[in-house]
Design a protein around this ligand. Structure first.
Ligand SMILES: NC(=O)c1ccc[n+]([C@@H]2O[C@H](COP(=O)([O-])OP(=O)(O)OC[C@H]3O[C@@H](n4cnc5c(N)ncnc54)[C@H](O)[C@@H]3O)[C@@H](O)[C@H]2O)c1
Length: 437
C-alpha cells in the first residue's frame, strides 16, 4: 500500500507540474532536456560535476548549440532552471534523469565509471517517491544488473518506493528538424508501474512517447539504431573504396540509387566516424554479446572499414600531391572542418583529428579552419582556427573533412590549388583541382 501511495503521489505531482525535475549531466543531451522541462512549466535542477558548466547555466549562457542562449537566459531568470554541483539537492527532487558520458576504454570495453559515480551519488539521497531514469547509451542489462542493485542498497524497493526506467536519448546535435521535443521517446521500466510513471513523465514535455516492456528492450533499441547506422556507413565506405579503385563516382551512384522509392535508404561515405555515439555504442553491444558467446561480426567488420577511412583519406592526399609533383612531407595542408559532422562544434572522436595527426606524422605542415571550432589540441598542442580565405589560397592542398553549411565552397574551389573533398561538398562542381572520395 505504501508503494501505491508513493506512485499515486508522484503521478499527481507530475501531472500537476509541481514535480521537481532533476537532470544529472549537463552536456549535449542533458542541457536540452533541462530546457524542455522548464519550457513545459516545471522547475528543473541540473546537476553536473563541472563547476564551469554549472556557472554557465546559472549565468544563462548556453554552451550547447541546440540550446538558444536567449531561451536559457529567460528560463534561468524566471527561476525555472538552476544548476548545482551538489547531489544533496536530489533529496528535494521527484525525478532524476541521468545523462552522463558512456565512453569506451582503450580496450573497447565499456567505461561505466561516470554512470557508476552518478548512481552512487543518487543512492546517497534516494528517497521514497523518486523516479530515476537512465538516458546514457549503454549495454543491454545495465539498468537491471548495474543500476538497480546499486540503488537497492538504500533499502528502498523498486516499483514501490522508488521507480526506475531506461530511456535512450536519440538527440541528433545540429539537426534543425528533429530535437529533444519531437524525437519520439522510448521508455521501459523495471516494473509495469515504473514504465507507467516514466511514460507519464515524458508525456508532459515531449510530443511522442513509446513505452516498451522492459529496460532491456529500451536499451537494445538505441543499440539497434546506432548499429544500423554504423554498419550502413561501413557499407558505403567500402563502396567508396571499391568505386575509387575502379574509377566510379560513388556519390553519383548513391544519389541515383536513392531515387528508388522503396527498399533503399541512402547513407554517405566520409573520412571516418566521429562523435560520442556511432563509433562507440555498437561496441557496448558486442562487449555484452561476447559474454553470451556471440561474436558481433557485422559490427567488427564495419568498425574495421570505418577505422581505415582516415588512412584512406591520407593516401588520397598523398596521391593528389604526387600528381602535382609534391610530397606530403613539407607541404602545407589546410584542413577545412574539424568537427565530426556538419554545423556542430563537437570534436569528440572526430576523424579530422586523426587525419591531422597522420599528416603531421608524415611531415606535413597543417593548418585548419572551422567556423564552429575555434581551437583544437593536436599532438598535445593547442591550434587555433586560421583564416579560411588566406589558408585555402596559400595551402598546397585543401582537405574538406566537414561540410559545414556556412562555408562558401565555390570560393574555396576558386582560390585553392588542389582540393580533396571527402564530403561531396563540391557536388555539382567540375574541376581538375577536385579529388573526390
Ligand atoms: N551527444 C550525442 O549526440 C548523444 C546522442 C544520443 C545519446 N547520447 C548519449 O548520452 C550520454 C551523454 O552524452 P553527451 O553527449 O551529453 O555527453 P557530454 O559529455 O556532452 O555531457 C555529459 C555531462 O555529464 C557530466 N558528468 C560526468 N560525470 C558526472 C557525474 N558523475 N555526475 C554529474 N555529471 C557528470 C559531464 O561533466 C558533462 O557535462 C552518453 O551516454 C551518450 O552516448 C549522446
Amino acid at each position: 500500500m505504501a508503494g501505491n501511495r508513493s506512485a499515486e503521489a508522484l503521478k499527481k505531482r507530475i501531472t500537476e507540474k509541481s514535480a521537481q525535475v532533476g537532470v544529472v549531466g549537463l552536456g549535449y543531451v542533458g542541457l536540452p532536456l533541462v530546457v524542455e522541462y522548464a519550457k513545459a512549466g516545471y522547475t528543473v535542477t541540473g546537476i553536473d560535476v563541472q563547476e564551469a558548466k554549472v556557472a554557465e547555466v546559472n549565468a544563462g549562457r548556453s554552451y550547447v548549440g541546440d540550446v538558444p542562449a536567449e531561451l536559457l537566459a529567460e528560463l534561468v531568470a524566471a527561476g525555472r532552471i538552476r544548476a548545482t554541483t551538489e547531489f544533496s539537492e536530489i533529496a528535494k527532487l521527484d525525478s532524476v534523469n541521468i545523462c552522463v558520458p558512456t565512453p569506451l576504454r582503450k580496450t573497447k570495453d565499456p567505461d561505466m565509471s561516470f554512470v557508476s559515480d552518478a548512481c552512487h551519488a543518487i543512492r546517497e539521497h534516494l528517497h521514497p517517491g523518486l523516479l530515476v531514469i537512465l538516458e546514457s547509451t549503454t549495454y543491454p542489462g545495465t539498468t537491471e544488473e548495474f543500476v538497480l542493485p546499486l540503488l537497492a542498497e538504500s533499502g528502498l524497493t523498486v516499483g514501490e518506493d522508488f521507480f526506475l526506467c531506461f530511456s535512450p536519448e536519440r538527440v541528433d546535435p545540429g539537426n534543425p528538424r528533429f530535437q529533444t521535443k519531437n524525437i519520439p521517446k522510448v521508455v521501459g521500466g523495471t516494473t509495469p508501474v515504473c514504465t507507467e510513471i516514466g511514460a507519464l513523465f515524458y508525456q508532459q514535455a515531449l510530443e511522442t512517447v513509446v513505452p516498451v516492456s522492459s529496460t532491456q528492450v529500451a536499451e537494445m533499441v538505441k543499440l539497434l539504431e546506432n548499429t544500423f547506422r554504423m554498419i550502413n556507413i561501413g557499407l558505403v565506405n567500402e563502396m567508396a573504396l571499391m568505386c575509387g579503385r575502379i574509377g566510379v563516382n560513388v556519390w553519383e551512384v548513391i544519389d541515383a540509387a536513392a531515387t528508388k522509392p522503396f527498399g533503399f535508404m541512402p547513407f554517405y561515405p566520409g573520412p571516418g566516424l566521429g562523435g560520442h555515439c556511432i563509433p562507440i555504442d555498437p561496441f557496448y553491444l558486442s562487449w555484452k554479446t561476447r559474454q553470451a558467446g556471440i561474436e558481433a561480426r557485422f559490427i567488427d567488420l564495419a568498425g574495421y572499414i570505418n577505422g581505415q577511412m582516415p588512412m584512406f583519406v591520407v593516401e588520397k592526399v598523398q596521391n593528389a600531391l604526387n600528381d602535382h609533383a609534391k610530397a606530403v612531407k613539407g607541404s602545407h595542408i589546410h584542413i577545412l572542418g574539424m568537427a565530426y559532422k556538419r554545423d556542430i562544434d563537437d570534436v569528440r572522436e572526430s576523424p579530422a583529428v586523426d587525419i591531422a595527426h597522420l599528416l603531421l606524422r608524415l611531415g606535413a605542415r597543417i593548418t585548419y579552419s572551422d567556423p564552429h571550432v575555434p581551437t583544437v589540441r593536436l599532438n598535445g598542442e593547442e591550434h587555433e582556427s586560421a583564416d579560411q580565405d588566406e589558408m585555402t589560397r596559400t595551402a598546397d592542398c585543401v582537405v574538406i573533412l566537414t561540410d559545414h553549411s556556412g562555408v562558401d565552397y565555390a570560393a574555396v574551389l576558386e582560390s585553392a590549388k588542389l582540393v580533396v573533398d571527402t564530403r561531396n561538398a563540391l557536388k555539382g562542381f567540375n574541376s581538375e583541382k577536385i579529388v573526390r572520395l
